[in-house]
Design a protein. Structure first.
Length: 413
C-alpha cells in the first residue's frame, strides 16, 4: 500500500474517531444537565424550553455521528476506493479534450456528491426539523431549491473551473499564484453580487417598513457611521422557524437583513441591540480579518497543491492512475478538510473572540441588558442548548456558550 494512502486513511480514521468521541461527550453532558435549567437562566427559560433544546441538540448530535461515518466512508470510496478513477475514465471516453474533460469531471463530481448527500439532508429537514417544529419547507420548495443550486453550480462553477484548469495547464510552475488571484477575484465578485443577484433567487427581500423600529435602526447607523444600501426583511419563515439577522455584501452593496421570524419575537430595543452586535463585526474589522485569513490559507493551500500536482504518489495514493490537473484539484479539495481537521479549535477560538468583541461594541452603543434579553429569546426560539459540553464547544463552536456570553455581557451593564 502506498505510504501516502496509509497516512491519509490514518488521519481520516483519527479525525472520525475524534468526531465520534466529541459527539458522545456532548450527548452525555447535555443529557446530564437536562433535568434542571442552569441557575443563570432560571428566571428566563422554562424547564420545558430547556428540555426541548436539550432533546433537539441530542437528536442533531446523534444524527451527526451517522453523517460523520457516512461522510468518511464516501470520502474513502471516492479516493482510495476508486470512485474518482471511475468518473475520470467515464469523462475521458467522451473525447472532449483535457480542458473539457476536466470541467465535466469536476462538475459531475459535485453533482454526484450532492446526490449521495441528499438522503442525509432530507432526513435532517423533514424528520429532525419537523419533529421539533422548525421545518416550514415542503417537498416542492425543497426540490426547487435543489434545482436552483444545481443550475447555479453550472452557471457559476463551469466558467470558474474552465478558467482555473486553463491557468493550471498554461501558465507554468507558478500557476497557483494565478489561480489564487482568479479565486480571490471570484470570491469578491460573489460577495458583491450575492445580495442583489443570488439571494433573491431563493428568498423574497422586502424593505423594512417605516416606523419606530426603522427609525431606531437608522439612528444607530448614523451614530456608528455605518452606511448600507437598505434594511430588508427576508421571508425565512418559508423554510424554517429559526430566526437570524446578518449583513451581506460590501462597499455600496452592503445590506442589513432580518429574518421575519426574528422580528416576530424581539422588541424594538432588542432588535437594535442585535443589530449593534452585527455592526460590531464591521466596526472591529472582523469581516476583513476573516477574508484576509481565508485568502492567506487559500494561497498556502494552492502553493502546496502546486507541489503535489507534480508528485506521482499523490495520485496513486488516492486511487488515481492517471495524472491530470483536474484530478489533482478535485483530490485536494476532498482531502483538505482531513489534513486541516485539527486546526478547527484554533479557528473556533478566533471566531468566539470576535463574538465577545462584537458584544462589547453592542454594549457600548445600546443597552447590554437588551442584548442579553434578545440572546435569551434567540436561544429559546432556536432551541440552542444552554449546557454544551465544554470540550465539544471549544472544538467546534463559532459562538461562546450561552452562560459565558451572558456573563460577559452582565459585566457591561
Amino acid at each position: 500500500m502506498n505510504t501516502f494512502t496509509i497516512i491519509f486513511l490514518s488521519l481520516l480514521g483519527l479525525s472520525l474517531l475524534t468526531e465520534l468521541w466529541l459527539a458522545n461527550r456532548h450527548i452525555r453532558h447535555v443529557t446530564a444537565n437536562r433535568a434542571a435549567v442552569p441557575n443563570a437562566f432560571r428566571n428566563k427559560i422554562t424547564l420545558e424550553d430547556h428540555q426541548k433544546a436539550a432533546d433537539y441538540t441530542i437528536a442533531h448530535t446523534r444524527f451527526g455521528r451517522i453523517e460523520d461515518c457516512y461522510g468518511a466512508l464516501l470520502l474513502a470510496l471516492w479516493t482510495v476506493g476508486g470512485g474518482l478513477e471511475w468518473l475520470d475514465r467515464l469523462c475521458r471516453d467522451f473525447g472532449w479534450g483535457e480542458l473539457g474533460t476536466g470541467t465535466v469531471f469536476i462538475l459531475s463530481a459535485f453533482i454526484f456528491m450532492g446526490l449521495l448527500g441528499l438522503p442525509m439532508s432530507v432526513y435532517q429537514t423533514f424528520v429532525i426539523e419537523n419533529r421539533f417544529g422548525f421545518n416550514k419547507t415542503n417537498p416542492g420548495l425543497y426540490v426547487a431549491d435543489m434545482i436552483k443550486k444545481t443550475l447555479l453550480l453550472g452557471i457559476l462553477g463551469a466558467p470558474l473551473a474552465i478558467a482555473a484548469l486553463w491557468l493550471m495547464q498554461e501558465t507554468g510552475a507558478l500557476w497557483w499564484v494565478y489561480v489564487w488571484l482568479l479565486w480571490g477575484g471570484f470570491t469578491l465578485l460573489l460577495v458583491w453580487a450575492y445580495p442583489a443577484l443570488i439571494a433573491p433567487i431563493f428568498n423574497k427581500f422586502t424593505p423594512l417598513k417605516e416606523g419606530s423600529v426603522r427609525e431606531r435602526i437608522q439612528s444607530l447607523l448614523e451614530r456608528t457611521g455605518f452606511r448600507s444600501r437598505g434594511i430588508f426583511v427576508m421571508d425565512g419563515s418559508r423554510r424554517s422557524a429559526h430566526g437570524n439577522a446578518y449583513f451581506t455584501g460590501f462597499g455600496k452593496t452592503k445590506r442589513i437583513v432580518f429574518f421575519d421570524t426574528l422580528l416576530e419575537h424581539l422588541g424594538e430595543k432588542e432588535i437594535e441591540a442585535v443589530l449593534a452586535h452585527e455592526l460590531g463585526h464591521f466596526k472591529r474589522r472582523h469581516v476583513m480579518k476573516r477574508m484576509f485569513l481565508t485568502f492567506a490559507f487559500s494561497l498556502i493551500g494552492l502553493a502546496v497543491l502546486g507541489w503535489l500536482v507534480t508528485q506521482p504518489w499523490f495520485y496513486t495514493g488516492l486511487g488515481m492512475s492517471q495524472r491530470s490537473t483536474h484530478a489533482a484539484l478535485m483530490l485536494f479539495m476532498l482531502i483538505g478538510p482531513v489534513f486541516t481537521f485539527f486546526l478547527q479549535p484554533l479557528l473556533a477560538w478566533g471566531s468566539r473572540r470576535y463574538e465577545y468583541e462584537a458584544d462589547s461594541f453592542a454594549a457600548e452603543q445600546t443597552d447590554a441588558g437588551e442584548l442579553v434579553s434578545a440572546l435569551v429569546k434567540l436561544y429559546r426560539e432556536n432551541a440552542s442548548t444552554l449546557t454544551p459540553d465544554p470540550l465539544h464547544s471549544a472544538f467546534y463552536d463559532s459562538h461562546p456558550p450561552a452562560a459565558l456570553r451572558i456573563a460577559h455581557l452582565a459585566g457591561k451593564t
